[in-house]
Design a protein. Structure first.
Length: 632
């Protein structure tokens, strides 16, 4: 059993990963996957409708899963189709998350009126939109760091409502019961209407009704053009640029000059008609014809959108996150029982999760055409990936499940952080012009982020040392010496990469804005990591610290790195400021406080460590002793 167990765990993991990478098609007669892969230009880049739907749901309700009022669970694509083409139905979907009770009261509602006591519909909120707009205007005038919880919740809800309404006007007019029929009537009336308008301008007799019909349609198209968030109409040129994409409203306005309706706009109106009136066969036919037409002009873009939609459905990082959690649990249990089989199983699982995360990062790189780190979200992915890679090496060398435990907790933690960072919108956003350099993104950013990852790894290895020494009896001399060697080696590695990455950042800064060093908070944060790692090494070389001292200083490295990674971004100053985020601030403070508390525990006298270990041993012993039964 012990020999078979690691391979059984590996087999189960591989089967689970295989199922996750090839999810089943959505049930029903509609070819939802085909529509989900259609390209659209949003946020400055070409993406599939699937990404638009998932990103919007994350922004509105902080999750991709959506349950309709009748209890049906809709896929993100189904939800988006209803928003685009059946707005009268979607207005009653409870997908606006409100966590602040004062904001709920602002609309005259109670938490019980919403799904799960926090999700509300547009129909419930629409009567008080003017008051929300007034409150949002007042809140926007307050500095981010000074905003109250009510003001932040108001601004968040206002952003969600704007997103929802801009989606509604991206494809059709939500005020129309049958936009396709209205377009066909407009097409028939267009020649006579234009002639009537020209005659009216020339002061000649004209058909007032025809002129009015065309003018009203033009106003409707103009409003759609200004309100839409999606550019859905591709250009006809094969060498077209992203700026050449148009909104549906803009393309329809062009019909006044061309005399003909844009075929793409008509196709989308047809798709909306078939979705609205439950015509699955015609829906599938139109979507497939649209694919065939796009394939002649946009084959590369269509291929990327297809891969991105498949990538979204597979969600490799979520699967990797679950695997990392299993790795950590197996590694912890291996210190108590079955060290070799459980430790080997944890190593195999960590290797599978690492390969899965690697595949996800490579897929993102291909989709973006960028190196692996371009924003905070991708930095979380890469820091976890780099730390787990180092843990694989450590586990291969020492075979004591310490590398697996550290890899499991860091991999899981960084992917949780990445998930929460994804709530802010598209994670493959366009780069700022000053940062648009693949060379420096591939050198400075990758190297300095590797320094982050390795410094964190040294700190988490130190945490394992402290917890095992305080709360278990498993920290014998051999284990302690192994951990000390691991931490020392990783700190050396971290010092090198942090130093080189910081120097490369200065060279990039000199090329970008003409100065090597400007005491920007982010630059100072990177320098602090270098200096702190150097302090750790010099303290060890000078004999100022021993094993426990080394571990305490390595834990301080967690504080320094977390501050450089997130803290300096919230100061509101410098070239790397991403804005103050209250939730992130308190999580950062909590993490720093926890590390300081652990350092305080680690500095207890050795006899206290022994008493902690004795207490843990007594608990284990008592748990294993069976209480004798009372005589009958």
């Amino acid at each position: 059993m012990k020999k078979i167990f690691p391979f059984a765990v590996l087999s189960i993991a591989l089967v689970a990963v295989g199922f996750s990478l090839f999810p089943p098609k959505p049930a029903g007669d509609y070819d939802l996957n085909a529509f989900a892969r259609l390209p659209v230009l949003a946020d400055g880049r070409l993406k599939p409708f699937d990404t638009v739907a998932r990103t919007a749901l994350l922004e509105l309700q902080h999750r991709q899963r959506f349950v309709a009022p009748d209890g049906r669970e809709l896929t993100p694509t189904e939800w988006l189709l209803d928003v685009l083409f059946r707005a009268d139905l979607a207005d009653h979907y409870q997908h606006f998350r409100i966590d602040n009770s004062d904001v709920i009261s602002l609309f005259g509602l109670q938490p019980e009126d919403g799904a799960e006591r926090k999700l509300f519909s547009f129909a419930q909120l629409s009567p008080k939109l003017d008051e929300l707009q007034r409150q949002a205007t007042l809140a926007s005038q307050v500095d981010n760091s000074q905003q109250s919880a009510f003001e932040r919740a108001v601004l968040q809800l206002q952003t969600g409502l704007e997103l929802y309404q801009r989606l509604k006007y991206s494809m059709v007019s939500p005020d129309s019961d049958d936009f396709l029929a209205d377009l066909l009537k407009f097409q028939q009336a267009l020649p006579a209407g234009i002639e009537a308008i020209r005659a009216k301008e020339a002061g000649k007799p004209h058909d007032e009704a025809a002129a009015k019909q065309v003018i009203e349609a033009g106003r409707q198209f103009d409003f759609m053009d200004k309100a839409a968030s999606l550019l859905t109409i591709p250009p006809d040129s094969v060498d077209a640029k992203p700026d050449d994409w148009q909104s549906t409203g803009h393309a329809l306005l062009a019909s006044f000059a061309d005399g003909d309706l844009n075929p793409y706009a008509l196709t989308y109106a047809g798709i909306g008609h078939t979705w609205r009136f439950h015509q699955a066969e015609q829906f599938n036919e139109l979507v497939n014809l649209f694919h065939d037409r796009l394939r002649t002009h946009f084959a590369p873009g269509l291929k990327k959108c297809d891969l991105e939609a498949r990538f979204n459905a597979a969600d490799p990082f979520y699967t990797a996150m679950l695997l990392y959690l299993c790795v950590f649990l197996l590694a912890i249990v291996s210190w108590l029982k079955w060290p070799e089989p459980l430790g080997r199983a944890a190593f195999y699982l960590m290797a599978v999760a690492f390969v899965l995360a690697t595949t996800g990062i490579l897929a993102r790189m291909w989709l973006e055409g960028r190196p692996p780190v371009t924003n905070l979200y991708s930095s979380a992915l890469f820091i976890g990936w780099g730390a787990v890679g180092l843990c694989l090496v450590l586990e291969k060398l020492y075979c004591n499940a310490i590398g697996s435990a550290a890899g499991g907790v860091i991999g899981f933690g960084t992917l949780v952080i990445a998930h929460h960072l994804a709530l802010g919108g598209d994670t493959m956003e366009m780069m700022r012009a000053v940062l648009d350099s693949n060379f420096w993104l591939a050198t400075h950013v990758v190297v300095v982020t590797t320094g982050y990852a390795s410094t964190f790894l040294a700190g988490f290895l130190a945490l394992i040392y402290i917890f095992r020494g305080l709360f278990t009896t498993s920290l014998d001399k051999a284990t302690a010496d192994s951990l000390a060697r691991m931490v020392y080696g990783i700190v050396c590695f971290a010092t090198l990469f942090s130093f080189v990455g910081t120097i490369l950042g200065g060279i990039w800064a000199d090329q970008s804005w003409g100065r090597f060093w400007g005491w920007d908070p982010k630059e100072n944060g990177a320098l602090i990591i270098v200096l702190w790692n150097a302090v750790v090494l010099h303290a060890r070389w000078g004999g100022l610290i021993r094993q426990r001292g080394l571990m305490c200083l390595a834990v301080v490295g967690n504080i320094v790195t977390s501050w450089s990674w997130f803290g300096v971004n919230m100061l509101g100053v410098g070239l790397h400021s991403y804005g103050f985020t209250q939730a992130t601030f308190w999580w950062l403070i909590a993490f720093i406080a926890s590390q300081l508390a652990i350092i305080a525990l680690a500095n207890l006298p050795l006899d206290k460590w022994r008493s902690f270990g004795a207490a843990a041993r007594a608990q284990i012993t008592n748990a294993n002793v069976q209480t004798p039964k009372a005589p009958a």
